[in-house]
Ligand binder design. Structure first.
Ligand code: ADP
Ligand code: MG
Length: 480
């Protein structure tokens, strides 16, 4: 039997407002417990929520970025359940009338193919507090700092067909909300979280299979692993004659397995109803237009522009636009090097710089080499002052903070490339004389020895001879 996998994601993006969605308490991360929860967040009687307009604007930006239908009128509803970290006894969310309706985005897969994934809706809601276990022996603490933090819940259509597609979609949203500056995307701090709904069905069947929901997995890697083990579990279960039950499951990363948390029968009936404390949200066209005008160049548009205007490969353009910071860095390097060689800039950022950053777990914003410094180095490669090999040495010097800029390092260490053909000829003559045997073999037809000679000449010149000239002169001399 051939199985088809079906996945839909619910992503919670914490909106980057300074204050909470219905109160003026701060949303800053990491404060002492319960120092950022005011009477509204504590659910004290007699207080009223006041909607934070910034949260609404951010939701609108997101909707516009995915070409979604915007709700002229949306309504907050109470989602009732009992839990210690939810003092009001209900969460304010949006149910029937969400602020953002249907939209879509395009994901790109590793093989370069593209798929369109539907977004069903995105709605505003408040976050709950946090239970803290193990702080006090035998007791559980409740920290309400997070209560009332604005969230945008982004619900996808069940359009994804593999764990890889799900991760590609999640990354796309992750990149997008950061471009829009509506969410910091920090997964460790819980600012970007994802629930994955997974089911399988026999290939060709129209109806969806019964799904399990995998809760709150906090890294891209674990989302992929969790979905894959869940797919395996469901297929095995069905093939052994069993049935998947609709339930919430927890992923245990250590054991790489999912475990039942609660089944549908145990699930809450949330008794949603419109919140009488809040007016419907009415979006005015003027505000929507203002938000549209404030949108930055979005990742797909930037990628396409890098391809069409700068002649970068699609792959390079995708990598460079995968984060707004990286794209900004690239554009700064390009500008500082007078736009002379986009391909060279792209190569050095994608291979050399990103490699060094990865090795040391640094983000592009913390790069020890500034865009200006890298540009200074690339200019000297372009104008043939130095070879690529010497450039790597200089890169290391800059990386280690042992020099200010490429020009002064070239000057101090005498790294200027030798382009004087007389000087190169002298070295070539010497190398050929010292390797007479190889020269005879080369002349007898063993042409692959050219590489050996190039290596010897480069070594004798301490890497400073211009490689193109070395090649040319060597060939001429060996032929003669
Ligand atoms: P709920 O109200 O229980 O959250 P929704 O209908 O809102 O359920 O769906 C939640 C998410 O689950 C959506 O992203 C949707 O695409 C996905 N989904 C729904 N049915 C399936 C299914 N059979 N298999 C996989 N994903 C599904
Ligand atoms: Mg849901």
């Amino acid at each position: 039997m051939e199985w088809e996998v079906v996945i839909g994601l619910e992503i919670h993006a914490q909106l980057a407002t300074k204050t909470k969605i219905f109160s003026s308490a701060s949303t800053a991360y990491g404060a002492q417990p319960n120092t950022q929860a005011c009477a509204v967040d504590l659910g004290l009687p007699g207080v009223l929520p006041v909607l934070n307009q910034e949260a609404v604007k951010m939701a609108v930006k997101f909707g516009l970025a995915i070409g979604a239908e915007m709700a002229e009128r949306s309504v907050f509803a109470r989602k009732n359940y009992f839990y210690p970290d939810l003092p009001k006894g209900y969460q304010i969310s949006q149910m029937e009338l969400p602020i953002v309706g249907k939209g879509e985005l395009t994901i790109e897969l590793e093989d370069g193919s593209e798929r369109i994934i539907g977004v069903t809706r995105a709605h505003l809601e408040e976050d709950a507090g946090k239970s803290i276990h193990g702080h006090t022996q035998g007791q559980t603490g409740v920290d309400l700092n997070r209560a009332g933090t604005p969230l945008l819940e982004i619900v996808s259509e069940p359009d994804m067909r593999s764990a890889k597609e799900a991760v590609a979609y999640m990354k796309k949203i992750h990149t997008l909300v950061q471009y829009l500056e509506i969410c910091d995307g920090n997964m460790q701090e819980g600012s970007f979280r994802c629930d994955s709904n997974v089911s399988v069905r026999p290939k060709g069947q129209k109806e969806l299979g019964t799904r399990a929901e995998l809760k709150n997995i906090n890294s891209f890697r674990n989302v992929e692993r969790a979905i894959n083990v869940e797919i395996e579990r469901q297929i095995e279960l069905i093939e052994d004659g069993g049935m998947v039950v609709q339930e919430t499951r927890l992923y245990d990363a250590e054991k790489n397995e999912t475990r039942s948390m609660r089944s549908k029968e145990e699930a809450n009936d949330y008794r949603y109803f419109p919140d009488p404390d809040l007016l419907p949200v009415v979006l005015e066209q003027e505000m929507i237009d203002e938000m549209r005008a404030s949108l930055p160049e979005l990742p797909d548009a930037k990628r396409d522009r890098f391809v069409s205007e700068l002649d970068l490969s699609r792959y390079d353009a995708s990598v460079l636009t995968s984060s707004r910071e990286l794209a900004n860095y690239f554009e700064s390097v390009l500008a500082a090097s007078n736009n002379n060689d986009p391909k060279l800039c792209a190569n050095w950022i994608i291979t050399q710089l990103s490699g060094a950053l990865n090795k040391t777990s640094l983000e592009i914003d913390d790069s020890p080499i500034s865009a200006k410094q890298l540009a200074g180095l690339l200019i000297r490669i372009s104008d043939n002052t130095i070879s690529g090999k010497i450039a790597k040495q200089i890169f290391d010097v800059l990386w280690n903070g042992e020099g200010d800029d490429a020009d002064s390092i070239i000057e101090e260490q005498g790294l200027k490339q030798v382009t004087d053909s007389g000087a190169i000829e002298a070295i070539v003559d010497e190398v050929i004389a010292n390797n007479a045997d190889q020269a005879t073999q080369y002349r007898a037809g063993k042409e692959q020895l050219l590489g050996f000679f190039v290596g010897q000449v480069m070594k004798a010149s301490k890497g400073k001879a211009n490689p193109a000239q070395v090649n040319e002169i060597l060939k001429a001399k060996l032929a003669g």
